[in-house]
Ligand binder design. Structure first.
Ligand code: GDP
Ligand code: MG
Length: 448
């Protein structure tokens, strides 16, 4: 099996094990943390970072109070997610380059990581957004570097500056910026060499370029597949020239880009774009949520959080216990509906529950249930605490009073009591499978 595919599996295993645990104690949390550590290490996140992250998750889990309305488990999953997100920034990058000023971007990175391709992609991307863009080839090491850039941008109406005979990168970059500036280019992107006689002279060249050109931004291009080395690469470049932003390439391959987390930690720079293929169009603004989801092997983190909640409904053994022991109160009954409602439209939730042979329920029925929940909540508010605990004491005169108090008809009140009794009887008869519960609940007659 591909070890990278197994990463997602590892984290899913850790999470589902956590979800199915009966309670949440220190051991259960520790086991979840270990599972996540394993998964992150497999995805090339640097060991030190993984340890720091675990410590934060552990601390928050032990000290933070659970806000009302969510369970401890919910809270822990959210903490894990939030801590990962906080490493790389909450929101997708928003381009704020001013169209009326000159803005010079210097792109650096190791040979083969995708610098030249990225320079072309970025130029094309910004041009489409209405910027006037020009690029400079200051890579004097790779033969045909200028030609490569020209070919990539062929027919795109983006000027490409190069001096194939010139050996000095600083001369080319200086002249390039001058020339493109005269052509009224607002954004000027400089491609640089990624290899030299040795690493030290490469870093020296980057430093000299930065001092002479004084770019507005230095972007580091990192190959998403390189894993653990990412942190060290980023650090080396950052020492020579302050890295302001990062682009992770080759995210279309099996790369999970876990190394990117280490690179961000080493530079404090923001990941702005990702490369998702070899073509000019294959560039996307970086989206932290999608990235963390991918890193965790879970495509869509919102979906995960939703699944966490649904899993909660399925696994809530405490509640199941009170169901089957007959302690299921009227309040529990309405709480159950309200909790499900929090997840979104009922229809969507039902479709996600693993219920084989669920009858096809028409939309009107769902709407009926939803308006009913509103009514029932109002009815509940008009009841005395005693009535809520022991609904069997509610006789016809009490029904009348409750109906008046909550602005519904007596029939509505009777209906609620009927549904509650029906469900209570049904619950008593369910001995084993909790999954039968919602199915029968919803196939029970609604309304009339
Ligand atoms: N699949 C994939 N390949 C990429 C991506 N970006 C660059 N490449 C490929 O990586 C190789 C090296 O790219 P190049 O731009 O020449 O790297 P440089 O040496 O850093 O300038 C080329 O074959 C590119 O087509 C990407 O996002 N996805
Ligand atoms: Mg290149």
């Amino acid at each position: 099996m591909n070890p990278i595919t197994s990463l997602g599996e590892l984290i899913k295993q850790a999470i589902s094990k956590f979800m199915s645990a009966t309670g949440v104690d220190k051991n259960v949390v520790e086991e979840l943390i270990r599972g996540i550590q394993r998964a992150l290490l497999v995805s090339d996140v640097n060991v030190e970072l993984v340890m720091k992250l675990s410590e934060k998750i552990r601390n928050r889990t032990l000290t933070e109070k659970v806000p009302p309305g969510i369970s401890k488990k919910d809270q822990i999953i959210k903490i894990v997610y939030e801590e990962l997100i906080s490493l790389i920034g909450e929101k997708p990058y928003k381009i704020t380059i001013d169209k009326s000023k000159q803005y010079v971007i210097m792109v650096v990175g190791i040979q083969g990581h995708g610098k030249t391709t990225t320079v072309a992609k970025l130029a094309n991307y910004l041009k489409k957004l209405g910027y006037s863009v020009g690029v400079v080839c200051a890579d004097t090491f790779r033969t045909g570097a200028y030609e490569q850039l020209r070919q990539l941008l062929d027919g795109k109406d983006i000027p490409v500056y190069g001096l194939p005979e010139e050996r000095d990168a600083i001369t080319i970059a200086t002249k390039g910026v001058e020339c493109l500036s005269k052509q009224k280019c607002n954004v000027i992107i400089i491609d640089t060499a990624g290899r030299h006689k040795d690493q030290q002279s490469l870093m020296q060249e980057m430093k000299m370029l930065e001092e002479n050109i004084k770019p507005n931004e230095i972007m580091l291009v990192l190959d998403g597949t390189i894993g653990q080395q990412a942190g060290a690469h980023a650090e080396a470049f950052h020492k020579a020239t302050p890295i302001g932003s990062i682009i992770i390439t080759k995210m279309d391959t099996s790369a999970k880009g876990g190394g990117a987390l280490s690179a961000v930690a080493a530079t404090g720079a923001q990941i702005k774009f990702i490369g998702t293929g070899e073509k000019l169009e294959d560039i996307e603004v970086f989206n932290p949520q999608g990235f963390i989801g991918r890193l965790l092997g879970i495509g869509d983190i919102k979906g995960l959080l939703e699944r966490v909640k649904i899993a909660e409904l399925e696994f809530n053994k405490e509640r199941l216990k009170s169901f089957t022991s007959g302690k299921f109160t009227l309040e529990d009954f309405i709480k159950q509906f309200k909790e499900m409602k929090k997840l979104g439209p009922l229809k969507k939730i039902i479709s996600k529950l693993p219920l084989p042979g669920l009858p096809n329920i028409p939309d009107e029925e769902f709407e009926k249930v939803e308006t009913q929940i509103e009514k029932w909540s109002a009815i509940l508010l008009s009841m005395t605490p005693e009535e809520r605990k022991n609904p069997h004491i509610i006789d016809s005169s009490r029904i009348r009073r409750i109906a008046r108090g909550s602005g519904v008809t007596e029939k509505d009140v009777k209906h609620l009591l009927q549904q509650y009794n029906l469900l209570k009887r049904m619950i008593k008869s369910i001995k084993r499978s909790p999954l039968k519960l919602p199915k029968r609940m919803f196939s029970a007659e609604l309304g009339e």
